[in-house]
Design a binder for this molecule. Sequence first.
Ligand code: CUO
Length: 668
Amino acid sequence: RPQEPAFMPKGDQKKAFAVPPEYLSEKYKPIGNQVTSRFGEEASERIPVSRITPPPLGEILELPRDSNFSLFIPKHRRLAGRLIDIFLGVRNVDDLLSVAVYARDRVNAYLFNYALSVALLHRADTQDLDVPSIIHSFPDKYLDSKVFAKAREDATVVPEGSRLPIEVPKDYTASDLEAEHRLAYFREDIGLNLHHWHWHLVYPFEAARSIVAKDRRGELFYYMHQQVIARYNFERLSNGMKRVTRFLDWDAPIDEAYFPKLDSLVASRAWPARVSNQRLQNVNREADGIKLDVDDMKRWRDRIYDAIQSGMARDRSGRQIPLTENEGIDILGNMVESSILSVDRDFYGDLHNTGHILISYIHDPDHRHLESFSTIGDSATAMRDPIFYRWHAFIDDLFQRFKGTLPRYSENQLNNPGVTVQSVNVDVQGGQQNVLQTFWQQSDVDLSRGMDFQPRGSVFVRFTHLQHRAFTYKINVQSNQPREGTCRIFLAPKTDERGNPWLLRDQRLMFIELDKFKVVLKQGQNTITRNSIDSSVTIPFERTYRDLDTSRPQGGEQLSQFNFCGCGWPDNLLIPKGTPEGLPCQLFVMISNIEGDRINQDASGQCNDADSYCGIKDKLYPDRRSMGYPFDRVPRDGVDTLEQFLTSNMRVQDVSIQFQNRTFKPRN
Ligand code: CUO
């Protein structure tokens, strides 16, 4: 059970907080000394915690400490909101520390961690504090439950230094009898699920308006999840499967089953599974304050379709809100998700979130078995379940219907006169040009911060994930004058699941963004080189996983906005798996006209290197174009194929992705 102090002073795990005895919860007060020394016995230094009058926690304590916690549950959201307000409301960091220490032993651990993370992310005076990565606080949300008994055993029996990493098998949630299991390496990728958790941490749909109302957050909800589906489909094609089918018939049995093999260490319960052929049911769970019917979702869906078709939404006062070419998608994103920015949350409802909830309670809709929600009910675990992708394929299709109503980009709008992309090549480290290489890689992660055992010390888990060889784009561009531009790089499979060439109106939905960056061109010939590791989509492997308390470079990279910095597609999944023979793909490069791209702001600073899917903390989204440009809209009339779509500032290069079925040991 996670028993870390509120947050560890950086750089040294041998410090402990000196907790004022009156802060102890009632049950520990009689044995106060033993308890306070329990956490401090290995500490070389005690951090004083100032005594303030602790705020009443009231309703926040209604969520038992041993419950699961989900932001999809309105009551949990409300409690989190209260705690966030308390954390945001105190005067200074000392008081925050004090309140956090006081709350830590009383409040549900997941709720506490979430609220404190949000507060640290948004308080002006905590911008240089670290929060441990959630993989270290709650490893139980990311790893096969079998690991924890072994870890405990190792920690007790084997002295630190002699402990070998505990291997998590690559295939532990199902066998090959289940076709969907071919995608488990993607769905259960730790970095992928960390990214998703971070994204929703940065873009909550319900909290104080100042926290929710970030620039283009509705559009980013659409775009980040659109890219998830495009990438998932790319992986499906890599595995000889067809694209995911939308979850459309909400009365039909759901074919996909999922058995997560996760135990919640906080709730001391296994996460519920879903057998095949379950159907959505109305959910009525008093304890969670949830009463939702499948018909509610159908009504909301139909109203949203109406808004899309008419190009008009209505707000609470009945006013007509046009879904314009530029802002319509943002309005729709907030409406569909929904967030508190929805134009009318009563009328358009809470479609996407309710889908998560209804699916997550499919095994116990009226709480008669006292079971909690399944993995799709928590943003930290939702992407593990195959139904997540069917649900989000439906949600994405709503957005695509709207995009289908917008004017097409004309050739003039797409072109960048005077700029010609002459050639594009990819140099792959130690490999052949234009043949991307993927393989299995093992890595180790330390679990000890998320578990409470004696004696302490590191316990490593070794897991296997997809990886690719680093590569470099080489792009030759001719320009008739010195200028700036934005280089946009996308990748899609060359053919559909039957091996047929695509129509662009379908292929455009398959393009995954690989990178986007500003280029400065001189007059004449230019060669642009760019390394895969610098992608605007990803964060480096180390940032996804590292334990910040021990590896932070002094005075170097500031990890102040860690929770924001933790948002970013994991680098190890930048390139889809491909096939042993080499999956034929098309690499698309465009240099767009900076006049239509530029946002005038100073975006220097931290956490600006995974902006494509995550934006930049406290800044505007750094690209004025519609997200996904130029593939966010249906191609102009007369354009059926990618080749016909190209203007001189674009270029397509055939590449392939070759998967080598070999597992490499950890790098160090
Ligand atoms: Cu990210 Cu449905 O929004 O999970």
